[in-house]
Design a protein. Structure first.
Length: 207
């Protein structure tokens, strides 16, 4: 598909049934700017001008599929990110030397208690241990974050002492966790398919 010289913008966001926010609002803004708008819907919200009465999340593969479809055909000049149900991160320093990763996650309150946090943390652990060759994974959560601490325990992390973080300038106590490769391999674990692994490994400097 050819759009000539018209720039394109992709909105990765939720759908507002009332039409006042989310991808509906983004498409209107794109049109006013003379931009061809495209979307990747992350969730369908049940809302009007009074309240949000429900949310139906879109599975991750559905979101990725939408992004890939438009990127491969139409092309994307700019991306605007709106509502996300959750985020899972993995970080490392001098990974080829230490083979250690730190995992962190965030799940929007409306999506909590649905098993999403455990599923995405398990997926990133599988990526680290089974695909990148990590030997140790660490995690940390505030002591009063019962949901995150429960996920760490259910996945088999071992307690590793206490720490402190101050995200808003006030120190708060945290619980630290660790997961060794041997412990990970001794437990039931998910199978994760990874695309572009070789480029990722090359970026990290591992063979």
């Amino acid at each position: 598909m050819s759009l000539g010289r018209i720039p394109t913008a992709l909105s990765i966001a939720g759908s507002d049934s009332g039409g006042g926010a989310g991808i509906q609002a983004d498409l209107k803004a794109f049109a006013r700017c003379g931009v061809h708008g495209m979307t990747a819907i992350t969730a369908v919200t049940w809302q009007n001008t009074v309240a949000v009465t429900g949310v139906t999340p879109i599975p991750p593969e559905g979101i990725v599929g939408q992004v890939r479809a438009v990127a491969e055909d139409i092309g994307v000049d700019a991306v605007k990110i709106g509502m996300l149900g959750s985020a899972q991160t993995i970080a490392a320093e001098s990974f080829p030397v230490f083979r250690t990763v730190d995992t962190g996650s965030w799940v929007a309150q409306r999506y909590q208690r649905q098993g999403i946090g455990k599923e995405m943390r398990g997926a990133v652990l599988a990526f680290a241990f089974d695909h990148l060759g990590a030997r140790l994974a660490t995690s940390e959560a505030f002591t009063d974050n019962t949901a995150s601490n429960a996920v760490s325990g259910s996945l088999g992390y071992e307690p590793d002492g206490f720490g402190q973080l101050a995200p808003e300038g006030v120190a708060r106590e945290t619980m630290r966790y660790r997961m060794t490769l041997e412990r990970w391999q001794s437990r039931p674990r998910p199978t994760v398919e990874v695309e572009g692994l070789e480029r990722c490994r090359a970026l990290l400097g591992i063979a």
